[in-house]
Design a protein around this ligand. Structure first.
Ligand code: GLP
Length: 261
């Protein structure tokens, strides 16, 4: 795991977008794992800008989102399909047929989860997985006690998550109670992952995810098992990390990061 601390949330999001753009230019057929949430909006804004200004080409890539609510129509403004169309897909030249999200309306949800896993396999696995961080420490919707080897499945959302997402739905009671999410095992199989967390509300959980023991109670801690995970944070989210000097030293000295400094 590597930790990169940026001065602001804008700088953190820009760095994530630049890493993604670099990978996409190196491999136009990139299979991207995508995340939703407020934090990611800044990354997507940068990617849309790079598409418009720098001709960043999405025409050959494929995308798989981490999760989707159960029971929402794609046209529902709170569905993640709507989020992705609104913030990214509609503004870049990705082929809509290559954009994938779990179908939260499937009559057989377990079969849908198996189909989604199979589809990821058929595309050769995920090359680069973007991840946000829930306040309870979840990645995707892998709520506390998610098995470390779990695959795509239906999860019940915890009260903390319902509270965190209530404002989008106009009240906690309106938030769907369940979602389909890639499992921890699915995420750990991606070839590269980038976790982005900004703001002081994420400081406590980032410190646990990076420097705490691995536990299924906080699924982000399992990223310590990931073969190539980069954690990008702003100063606020980094405030409770103990080894900040070490992380800064690595970022300042590792040749791989030279183009991003
Ligand atoms: C939801 C998503 C997560 C995401 C989280 C972060 O819970 N299912 O994948 O990480 O939101 O949200 P925000 O960026 O709004 O804090």
């Amino acid at each position: 795991m590597e930790v990169i601390i940026q001065p602001t949330k804008e700088a953190a999001a820009l760095l994530v977008a630049r890493i993604l753009a670099h990978e996409l230019r190196a491999n136009p057929h990139l299979v991207l794992g995508l995340a939703t949430g407020k934090t990611m909006e800044q990354v997507y804004r940068q990617l849309v800008r790079m598409h418009k200004d720098d001709k960043l080409d999405f025409s050959l890539c494929s995308t798989f989102n981490l999760d989707e609510y159960v029971g929402l129509f794609p046209s529902d403004p709170n569905s993640y399909r709507h989020y992705m169309d609104h913030h990214v897909f509609r503004h870049v030249n990705v082929d809509a047929r290559n954009t994938h999200l779990p179908n939260g309306l499937a009559t057989d949800l377990d079969a849908e989860c198996r189909r989604y896993e199979g589809l990821i396999q058929r595309f050769g696995g995920i090359d680069l997985q973007l991840l946000g961080l829930g306040k309870a420490g979840h990645i995707g919707f892998n709520e506390p006690l998610s098995a470390l080897r779990s695959r795509t499945r239906v999860k019940a959302l915890t009260p903390t998550t319902l509270k965190q997402n209530a404002s989008f739905f106009g009240g906690e009671d309106k938030v769907p109670r369940r979602a389909i999410t890639m499992g921890v095992g699915t995420i750990l199989e991606s070839r590269r992952s980038i976790l982005l967390a900004t703001g002081d509300s994420k400081a406590d959980v980032i410190a646990k995810a990076v420097e705490g023991p691995i536990t299924s109670m906080i699924s982000a801690t399992t990223l310590q098992l990931h073969p190539k995970c980069t954690v990008v944070v702003d100063e606020e989210a980094a405030s409770q990390l103990k080894e900040k000097d070490y992380y800064r030293w690595i970022f300042g000295n590792e040749p791989e990061w030279e183009q991003y400094r």
